[in-house]
Ligand binder design. Structure first.
Ligand SMILES: C[S@@+](CC[C@H](N)C(=O)[O-])C[C@H]1O[C@@H](n2cnc3c(N)ncnc32)[C@H](O)[C@@H]1O
Length: 478
């Protein structure tokens, strides 16, 4: 495709001099867009994670403050909206995006994102993207220019109206295209929300928002109101330990540096606290975190355990993640074991019927935190579910062996997929061979918290509670 007449961007850069060569001097590629391009390209080329690769690129480029924020917005926004952007680019280019040279494709995605989802003026979005294409694929500037002119001929809503199937006949297809999620994930969310398409839509919208940063003021170490004052934030709506951070880098906060607070979604705080606060008869000194890496919940449980004279055993199979647990729980009564949590009963360090409270924060698809990992919705596949659910069942089975009679097990996922939540819990309990009762988890969450459903399990939601979509089931061993 060649650029139609009159669609080439005009340039107004300073001239190189009088008379002679009057070609404009091109401004150097702007560094925030270059950084965003490098991050998006690394995600697609190297399977990188945006949240890991982008900070490195920003540091290498020396980008801070507003420039870093702009690069971050472009990177995360482009990756979140990728499905919709690709459908639009396919239409605008007259060929499947899969058939566009990858460097040009990633540049076009960034350009289309700026045109449709930011306040960047159209001429700036087009010309900066063409500059970018010139630097990565000089022969493709005319093509890029023409595609972006076509993209800019409609706004985002008009593109959705043109390309999405009708909501009435194909609601999943419509929502998937309109809100840039794979169809199988839209279907899973809708099922977990009881088929309520209006709520499903609100959830998808929330998934495309920049997530807030929550801090956990570790109980007994720092008062959350004091922490909120220090960071210019606000105490959380639900968790007694949550503080909402208004901006800035959490790593620069003294209380985070010295271990009195850590970064943790409020939903994660709530499920860990629910286990710690659930009424329990008999001894209460031995707590177990069976899937502890990188240590967020172990940090909170450790601080609560310190106040109550209990000790936490934190198990993590991956060595580097076990090291992170040790760091996150230094100075707390937490012993870290690097081993497979399924070895309960097969290793003297993990005896059967020994622990009073057990947390299984199981490995899962992470569909409940898509806001935080912008590329993960495109990486995850339905085929991930069978091996994950088998592991979840085995870990929950191990937890039910580890807990003493009368003791409590909390099963937690950061996914609302019913196969990872209800199906896993029901199946693991059935296969465990021990008597198990479901404890109603709703009263274990703060009084007055809305939208907790019919129990006994609890599903938190970004659009209802402002948290990740954490699932919680609490089981008592008979
Ligand atoms: C959802 S993450 C846990 C998050 C953690 N509780 C926190 O709050 O920071 C699940 C963890 O389980 C670990 N894991 C996976 N299989 C395991 C196994 N068989 N035994 C113990 N840990 C396992 C993973 O390496 C991962 O760190």
């Amino acid at each position: 495709m060649t650029a139609p007449e009159g669609t080439r961007p005009t340039r107004s850069g300073p001239s190189t001099g009088r008379g002679g060569d009057r070609r404009p001097v091109r401004p150097p590629l702007d560094r925030p867009r270059r950084a965003a391009y490098e991050a998006v390209a690394a995600v697609h080329r190297d399977d990188a994670f945006a949240n890991l690769v982008l900070p490195i690129i920003l540091r290498e480029e020396g980008l801070f403050g507003r420039d870093a924020a702009f690069a971050t917005e472009l990177t995360y926004g482009t990756l979140r909206h990728l499905g919709t952007l690709d459908a639009i680019l396919t239409d605008a280019a007259g060929r499947d995006v899969a058939r566009i040279d990858p460097p040009v494709r990633d540049a076009l995605r960034l350009g289309a994102y700026q045109l449709l989802h930011t306040r960047v003026p159209a001429h700036a979005a087009v010309s900066s993207t063409v500059d970018l294409v010139r630097s990565v694929a000089p022969g493709a500037t005319g093509f890029a220019n023409a595609v972006l002119r076509e993209v800019s001929s409609r706004d985002a809503d008009a593109w959705v109206a043109k390309l999405a199937p009708p909501m009435e006949t194909d609601p999943v297809g419509h929502l998937a295209l309109a809100y840039s999620h794979p169809q199988w994930i839209v279907r899973a969310f809708s099922e977990a929300l009881g088929g309520d398409l209006g709520e499903t839509e609100r959830l998808l919208i929330e998934d495309n928002e920049r997530p807030p940063v929550h801090l956990c003021a570790r109980p007994g170490l720092i008062d959350p109101v004091e922490l909120a004052d220090q960071v210019g934030g606000a105490p959380g709506a639900f968790s007694p330990y949550a503080v909402y951070l208004p901006g800035g880098s959490p790593g620069d906060i003294p209380a985070v540096v010295d271990g009195r607070a850590h970064v943790q979604d409020e939903g994660s705080q709530l499920v860990a606290t629910a286990l710690a606060d659930a009424p329990l008869d008999g001894p209460d000194g031995r707590w177990l975190d069976l899937c502890a890496g990188p240590g967020g919940k172990a940090g909170l449980l450790g601080a609560l355990a310190a106040q109550r004279g209990a000790r936490v055993t934190a198990v993590e199979v991956a060595e580097h993640r076990a090291r992170l647990v040790s760091l996150a729980t230094r100075d707390l009564p937490v012993a870290v074991l690097t081993m497979d949590g399924r070895e309960v009963g097969g290793d003297p360090k993990l005896p059967e019927q020994h622990f009073d409270r057990v947390l299984v924060d199981a490995p899962c698809t992470g569909l409940g935190s898509l806001r935080r990992r912008p590329e993960s919705r495109w990486r995850r596949q339905p085929s991930d579910l069978p091996p994950l659910t088998r592991l979840q069942r085995e870990l929950l089975g191990a937890a039910l062996r580890a807990v003493r009679p009368g003791g409590l097990v909390a099963y937690v996922t950061c996914s609302p997929h019913t196969v990872e939540t209800h199906v896993t819990v029901t199946e693991a309990a059935r296969r465990s061979g021990v008597a198990v009762d479901f404890v109603d988890a709703r009263p274990l969450l703060p009084a007055g918290m809305p939208g907790l459903g019919d129990g006994p399990t609890v599903q938190l939601w970004p659009h209802r509670h402002g948290t990740d979509a954490m699932f919680l089931a609490v089981l008592r061993r008979g």
